[in-house]
Design a binder for this molecule. Structure first.
Ligand code: ZN
Length: 408
């Protein structure tokens, strides 16, 4: 396999999680009687451009074409994040009623609805039918297509280049990152701004966030690598912000290479931190596998100890990262009998691979578990606040990444 960005052969494995089913392929009761597809889940690092990326395998398109159940609006934290973003961009980039905004992967309209409310013309691009329909119901115009160079050029031809193009948690999920970036370039008006948010590889490595690996998450990005990819597309980064979302993300602000805007010092600072952390040193990547294995072993030890002591353990949050963790650790319903999730679209289904049933959060009050393992640790605060009733019977929340921890 060759690097998806610079095309040199990939020889260095960063993380090998064995085999796993697509992490968002939640199963119905009926599916449980059919065979399930497990694919290799292995990440490589390119020693030329330092792009960390999933291994290629056959028929990925067919596997991921299913209409998954993820609706951004299910998370109140994320809705607030989106609202603040819109306010911020209106102020800082002077986005007004004369502007045109495009969001790539606009999901259920969780963000663009704020532009609609302000009377600012916008367009969502979203291939998933169910979420696109939800956005349209909020008055958000949606193009139901995949984004790339072809669509970017078509928008330019139709005179629909944007003053602001944003992509939150899409950049790391596109299989062809060069084509996607070329699309951004084509769809951007002269003087316009692109903002992208993606989990920062530096934080993944520092905090052993190996469970953020899954098949649909193709790229694990450092600022160094993103700057290179942009450079090749004749775009450049003029500002960067660090965000707390998804365990630590970057929000990059980009413009055409020829744009006269001066770069802020923020990018250099982050590039220096990446360099100091060894992100351009193969040894840093070689050490990661053993950290993932230690987390797996400690989770299993905890679950086995509770089982032996007769304690009840449940999980919370049927998120992709939970599936990566549970499938890597080989956890099944004997050790973790159910997982609660607030999204009605997931309730009644089963986690891929582990086949753990997904119940409504009301199950916690019914079964009163001693421990609740929070799988999406990035929204642990929100989950704890929403399920404070656990304290009534002395139940405790625990997390497994970056280390097994019982939360007060
Ligand atoms: Zn490369």
């Amino acid at each position: 396999m060759n690097c998806r960005h610079c095309h040199v052969p990939l020889t260095h494995v960063f993380l090998d999680l064995g085999f796993a089913p697509p992490s968002n392929a939640y199963l119905t009761e009926h599916d449980l009687h059919s065979p399930e597809t497990w694919l290799p889940l292995k990440l490589y690092v390119c020693e030329h451009c330092w792009l960390v990326q999933t291994e290629d395998y056959a028929s990925a398109d067919a596997l991921f074409s299913k209409d998954y159940a993820y609706f951004s609006s299910a998370s109140t934290t994320w809705l607030e994040h989106a609202r603040r973003y819109v306010e911020d961009m209106r102020r800082r980039l002077c986005v007004s009623k004369q502007s045109f905004v495009i969001e790539v992967a606009s999901n259920d309209g969780y963000l663009l609805k704020n532009f609609v409310a302000a009377g600012i013309p916008c367009l969502g691009i979203e291939p998933s039918a169910s979420t696109a329909a939800a956005a349209e119901a909020l008055g958000v115009p949606v193009l139901r297509e995949f984004f790339g160079e072809a669509l970017g050029k078509r928008l330019a031809k139709e005179n629909r280049q944007a003053d602001l193009i944003l992509g939150n948690n899409v950049y790391a999920h596109v299989p062809d990152i060069n084509d996607f970036t070329a699309g951004l370039k084509a769809a951007l008006k002269p003087g316009g701004t692109i903002t992208l948010e993606f989990p920062h590889l530096l934080r993944l490595i520092e905090e052993a966030q190996f469970d953020t690996a899954y098949h649909e998450h193709f790229s694990y990005l450092s600022l160094h690598t993103v700057a290179r990819i942009f450079e090749q597309a004749e775009l450049r980064i003029w500002h960067v912000e660090q965000l707390a979302t998804h365990g630590g993300s970057l929000r990059v602000f980009c413009c055409h290479h020829s744009d006269s805007r001066e770069a802020t010092p923020a990018a250099n600072k982050i590039l220096q931190a990446e360099e100091a952390a060894g992100l351009r040193n193969l040894d840093t990547y070689r050490l990661f596998q053993s950290r993932a294995e230690a987390i797996k072993h400690n989770l299993l030890l905890f679950l086995l100890e509770q089982k032996r002591a007769g304690k009840k353990v449940a999980a919370y949050g049927a998120a992709a990262k939970g599936n990566t963790l549970l499938n890597f650790a080989g956890v099944r319903p004997d050790l973790l009998p159910y997982v609660c999730d607030a999204a009605p679209s997931k309730q009644g289904k089963f986690l891929p691979g582990s086949h753990i049933p997904i119940l409504s959060p009301a199950a916690l009050n019914k079964y009163r578990p001693d421990y609740v393992l929070i799988l999406p640790w990035n929204i642990a605060t929100e989950i704890r606040e929403q399920n404070a009733s656990l304290r009534e019977w002395g139940g405790k929340f625990v997390t497994a990444v970056p280390a097994m921890r019982i939360l007060d």
